[in-house]
Every structure is written in C-alpha cells, then in structure tokens.
Design a protein around this ligand. Structure first.
Ligand code: GRF
Length: 226
C-alpha cells in the first residue's frame, strides 16, 4: 500500500526536493500528503506549493509548550491521513506526544556519521574536530537527539580541498541520495528493527562510488536509481 508521507522541514528543503524527485520517478512507493514547517517562512513550503502538495506552517513559539505544538502537528498530519514522517532539516526535538502517534515511522537525516557530532551543526563540528571521514546518517527517531536506530550511512574523505562549504555541499549531495533510499525501504516494508539494529531485507554488500570530491562509501548500499 502506498505510504502516506509527511515531510517536516524548517529551512530550504533541498532534501524535500530530492524526495519529490524520487517519488515522481516511481522509486519510492509513497505519496507526499503534506509538508509541514515550524517556520512559516521556510522555503520548503514554497517547494511544496510548487509541487501542488499541501503546505502548513505553524510557528512553534505560538504554542505554550512542546507538547502543545506536537499535538497540533499530530492533528495536521492525521487530517492528511499520514502514516510515516520524514524529518528533512526539521530543527525541533519531538516529544512522545508526537512520536507515540507514529511509532517507528519517523525518520531523520543528519549531516554527520552518528553517533559522532549530533546537534544542529554536524558538518561544521566534524570539520572543526579534524575528522578524516565525514558523511551523513538516516535513522529512526526517538526522544533523544539524533539517536535512534541507524538505517543507512554514507562517508567521504575529508581532504584539504573538501572542507567548509565544499564539505557541507558534498555531504548534502549524499543526503539527497541516502534519504530517498531509506524512505524507499520504509515504504516497501523492508526494514526490520531489533533493539538498535536495523536490518534491510535483501540488501547487498556496502558499495563504493566516485563522488565529485572522491570515493564515497555507503552502507547498506544504494540501489539503482538512488
Ligand atoms: C541538511 O543538512 C540536513 O541533514 C539537516 O538540515 C539540512 C537541511 O537541508 N538536518 P535542506 O533544508 O534539506 O536543504
């Protein structure tokens, strides 16, 4: 059955755009039913409208508590019959009020190789720490920040030539591939979760490919089209 997806985003929404492209191409068996933002000015909402997808912005500061805001989000998503949620640059922690409404159906993209460098500035923190490998992670969401069971990760070498903005751009390119891939697996019911371990049914060995900035390693590997 086609997954009824909500995408939550606080900013530009380039990951949202990548999700749209993969849905339109038939690579994710999902319909994006609604795009929601805690920032009514977010460009992600413009992208949704351009795509003909309902776009809802509610400013979190207009609510007296996190729980009240989360309850309002649940109402919006339920009114669109949503059954899975993608956090695509959504800069808010979620409470059980939200998570209990979509158990093991909320996934997040984070621009670092978790559990290293959680938080709002994963790429910058990793670069400043002097890492030699950087990358991104898609994981199920729990109540702790950037913490839930990991679905897929991608890594690239950090060379002198690839730091700062160039590194962030390279990581974003990978995000645009691994996030739709993880959503495709979720939509196809190919993810099994045992404690912290996520098993992708029928996945292959990890793969390497050449990104613009050098070799990239993705585990589990991307499937054709991603
Ligand atoms: C991405 O780097 C994502 O990993 C992080 O926020 C950024 C959102 O970018 N959580 P965009 O709005 O999808 O362009």
């Amino acid at each position: 059955m086609t997954m009824k997806l909500a995408v939550l985003a606080s900013g530009s929404g380039s990951n949202l755009q990548s999700i749209f492209q993969h849905v339109d191409a038939g690579r994710i068996d999902a319909k994006v039913c609604v795009v929601f933002s805690n920032n009514p000015e977010a460009y992600a909402l413009e992208r949704a409208r351009a795509q003909g997808v309902p776009a809802v912005g509610l400013f979190h500061r207009d609510f007296h508590s996190r729980e009240a805001f989360d309850a309002a989000m649940v109402d919006v998503l339920h009114s669109h019959s949503v059954d899975a949620v993608a956090l695509a640059g959504f800069m808010r922690m979620l409470t059980p009020t939200f998570l209990d409404a979509f158990p093991m159906r909320v996934v997040n993209i984070h621009p670092a190789i978790l559990p290293s460098f959680p938080g709002a500035h994963g790429q910058r923190d990793a670069a400043q720490f002097g890492v030699k490998l950087a990358g991104c992670t898609v994981h199920f969401v729990d109540e702790e920040m950037d913490h839930g069971p990991i679905i897929i990760q991608a890594a690239i070498p950090v060379a002198k030539a690839v730091e700062g903005d160039a590194l962030a751009r390279a990581i974003l390119r990978l995000e645009h591939r691994i996030f739709p891939q993880a959503l495709a697996w979720l939509a196809a019911d190919r993810l099994r979760v045992e404690d912290r371990f996520v098993i992708v049914e029928n996945s292959q060995e990890p793969c390497c490919f050449e990104d613009e900035c050098g070799p990239a390693l993705v585990s589990p590997p991307l499937e054709p089209g991603f």
